[in-house]
Design a protein around this ligand. Structure first.
Ligand code: FAD
Ligand code: SF4
Length: 322
């Protein structure tokens, strides 16, 4: 049974993304007792799922690591993961909050050694990576997952595979008898930081390869493939993109190999409707070969007649190199 101390002096933060973590930390550091409730198996929300962060193209771990250090050092914050708020009643100063706790099947003894993952034979959808791949049925959501504790997928519970997973753990951390629980928490105030849902690109024309941007500058940092090679992402700026409020993030659809065929529009009657081919480059001379994972690129070759581009360079994107 999960034990959480919460009274009407407690601040409950719902959502363990960057907003919820920050709210929880700020409240706890002023002396308040805080319960942080997150439905995922890990904290960090969408931020931890990203590869690079605009505008400085930092890795999310660089910023999160500081918050996690503050959080681990603060005894006033109780963190509940795999915990979803399902109902709120009461009023200012005295709320009752219903929380559903899903079983992780792994307790606090876990050292994240990974032996249970080796013993697992089946695979499940990788929710952390936007369902783009599969993971073993005993897994850690990501290298920087907090808490650093493995998770066993419910689909294997009750099978010989679950017994093998348990047998592989020499720390007594696998608990196959864990059950879903419901708890009701008391709180004096609630911070609702449950984030947002991204637009489903399949629903509309978002990302159609039909736009070429006029030559705007040279600071098109880190064009990157999406993990499935179907998108290219880059930032475009008239000057240094660092701290430049006019910098913009662009996403263009590719054909799976990374090559983009784009139609010029709204630039000039001389070139509108012309097709430009953008070939992602590994360096100044070698086209990049999509290798099955998200990776930074040198830039694009989009002014080359070899690729079928006839539009003058002054109409090409700032990201074109060659
Ligand atoms: C593809 C993509 C690229 C992005 N790129 C950038 C970028 O380059 N630069 C930039 O500044 N921003 C970027 N963003 C935006 C940025 O990631 C988000 O604005 C930020 O993560 C929002 O943080 P948040 O804490 O508000 O929400 P989230 O990160 O969405 O966190 C909300 C959390 O609440 C939890 N939750 C929801 N409902 C409940 C419930 N009932 N009970 C318990 N928990 C619940 C969710 O599981 C989640 O973990 C990007 C976003 C996406 C999707
Ligand atoms: S559950 Fe056990 S075997 Fe699996 S990572 Fe944790 S400590 Fe290692």
């Amino acid at each position: 049974m999960t034990s959480v101390v919460a009274t009407n002096q407690t601040i409950l933060v719902v959502g363990g993304g960057i907003a919820g973590m920050t709210a929880a930390l700020e409240a706890a550091e002023t002396g308040k007792q805080v319960v942080l409730v997150e439905k995922n198996p890990y904290l960090g929300g969408r931020t931890v799922q990203l590869y690079r962060y605009f505008p400085k193209m930092c890795r999310p771990s660089w910023g999160l690591e500081i918050n996690l250090r503050r959080l681990k050092a603060n005894p006033r914050i109780q963190v509940l993961t795999m915990a979803e708020v399902t109902g709120v009643s009461g009023d200012k100063g005295n709320y009752s909050v219903d929380v559903k706790l899903s079983p992780r099947y792994v307790n606090e003894n876990c050292t994240a050694c990974g032996e249970c993952g080796k013993a697992a034979t089946s695979e499940v959808v990788d929710e952390f990576n936007y369902k783009l791949g599969k993971v073993k049925a005993a897994y850690l959501s990501s290298d920087m997952a907090y808490p650093q504790r493995y998770l066993i997928d419910p689909s294997v519970i009750g099978t010989p595979e679950a017994d093998a997973i348990k047998g592989a753990c020499k720390y007594g951390a696998v608990d196959l008898d864990m059950k879903e629980e419901s708890v009701t928490l008391n709180a004096g105030a609630i911070v609702w930081a449950t984030g947002w849902q991204p637009y489903d690109a399949a629903k509309g024309t978002f990302g159609t390869a039909s736009i070429v941007y006029q030559h705007a500058g040279y600071n098109d940092y880190y064009p990157s493939f999406s993990p499935d090679g179907k998108w290219l992402l880059f930032d475009e700026s008239t000057e240094d993109a660092y701290d430049n409020a006019t910098a913009q993030l662009k996403v263009i659809a590719a054909d799976g190999s990374g090559v983009v065929k784009a139609t010029v529009q709204n630039v000039s009657s001389y070139v509108d409707t012309s097709v430009v081919t953008l070939v992602p480059m590994a360096n100044a001379t070698t086209p990049a070969v999509y290798s099955g994972s998200s990776s930074s690129l040198y830039g694009w070759r989009c002014g080359s007649t070899t690729d079928g581009t006839t539009v003058g360079s002054k109409y090409l994107p700032g990201s074109c190199r060659g």
